[in-house]
Design a binder for this molecule. Structure first.
Ligand SMILES: [Zn+2]
Ligand SMILES: [Zn+2]
Length: 362
């Protein structure tokens, strides 16, 4: 069978022939991969800036945003049936008995860093026709989500962020009102963040580079959010235009934008960081003002990384809600479906908001 693999030593990304996995045993499940979404993480790995092959392997099979169909079950599997549509989680627990996070199934909070991630770090991914996985790493997805289930993995970033925001804001000794959210960036993470926020009923504003009359801005408005372009409103003017904001959801990975928007935050507000910045020269920031306002206004900054099964389950719920309320807008986030043959080129150059590799025929 075919797979898309990165060879860091040779510095190539190629379609390769690999043996089919063996029959599943115990709690293992054999799945046929239907679709895999491509994101910035894949592009960073294909640019040899990120990612690690499994120990002893010269290559890493890419793909971590997958949707698949169960084709065969190990003898101990109880939670899935042949034919089920499933989405795999990505991060696998570290082996350290002292890591309390991994031992309670919350490897998203792993303290050792010795976790593996399928398609990213020391474990092969899902850009291959058949894959073996443990039933505990697979979430069954309702059939009505078939054509959008590939969005569940990236949507779990927003789901985890919402869970974290709720936990932090438990500190406020009153019932929360309708929150105002500012999403920084209209890439896939920002767009799916806006989707999760609007279907939850939050008043959502997306701030990004694309012009106010761009197709990307239209997509944002179709989700029920307000769009503000950097063309019309500079970062310095943003607080006056959109503030005060209860939660800023950062999805650009640019520190100057993340911290530049902090003046828009209300008292008791929360800045959630999800982007991973590229290495850059040190830059000046008005840390005195930021620290003063954080202290006097009880503000908080948290970083969050997706991965837990619970975040994936929440993402499934949000997507079901969204497909009920705004199905056309949800489908609009997927810009292109391409065959596996196109994968080596797609991981280098995006076509739109969200490109999908389709491994089976429609
Ligand atoms: Zn991704
Ligand atoms: Zn761990």
């Amino acid at each position: 069978m075919r797979a898309l693999a990165v060879f860091p030593d040779r510095r190539t990304t190629d379609l390769i022939e690999v043996p089919e996995p063996p029959a599943p045993k115990g709690h293992e499940v054999l799945v046929r991969v239907h679709e895999v979404g491509i994101c910035g993480t894949d592009r960073d790995i294909a640019a040899f800036e990120y990612g690690q092959p499994p120990l002893g392997s010269d290559h890493l099979i890419l793909g971590h945003e997958a949707v698949a169909e169960v084709v065969e079950l190990g003898e101990d599997v109880t939670t899935l049936r042949v034919g089920d549509l499933v989405v795999p989680t990505v991060r696998r627990a570290c082996p350290d008995p002292e890591c309390r996070a991994c031992r309670v199934g919350r490897q998203d909070f792993c303290t050792t860093g010795e976790f593996t991630e399928r398609g990213i770090k020391r474990a092969h991914g899902y850009l291959s026709e058949l894959v073996l996985d443990d039933e505990h790493n697979l979430l069954a997805v309702p059939p009505q989500l078939t054509d959008v289930a590939v969005l569940i993995e990236p949507l779990s970033i927003a789901a985890k962020a919402a869970e974290q925001a709720q936990a932090v804001q438990e500190r406020l000794p009153w019932e929360k009102e309708k929150a105002r959210i500012l999403v920084l960036g209209a890439g896939p993470v920002g767009m799916l963040g806006a989707l999760a926020m609007t279907v939850t009923g939050f008043d959502t504003i997306v701030y990004s580079r694309e012009a106010e009359d761009s197709p990307r801005a239209d997509r944002v408005r179709e989700l029920g959010a307000t769009y503000v372009s950097t063309d019309q409103t500079s970062l310095a003017k943003l607080p006056a235009v959109v503030g005060p904001i209860d939660v800023i959801y950062e999805a650009v990975g640019v520190p100057s934008v993340a911290f530049g928007a902090i003046d828009a935050l209300s008292p008791n507000g929360l800045l959630i960081l999800t982007g991973i910045p590229a290495p850059a020269e040190p830059m000046p920031l008005p840390l005195d003002r930021i620290m003063k306002s954080m202290v006097l206004d009880n503000q908080a900054i948290i970083g969050t990384v997706n991965a837990s099964r619970s975040a994936f389950a929440m993402a499934v719920q949000r997507l079901e809600q969204a497909m009920y309320l705004i199905p056309y807008s949800v489908r609009g986030i997927i810009t292109k479906r391409l065959p596996l043959d196109a994968a080596p080129e797609v991981v280098l150059e995006p076509h739109g908001v969200k490109d999908i590799i389709r491994l089976v025929n429609a």
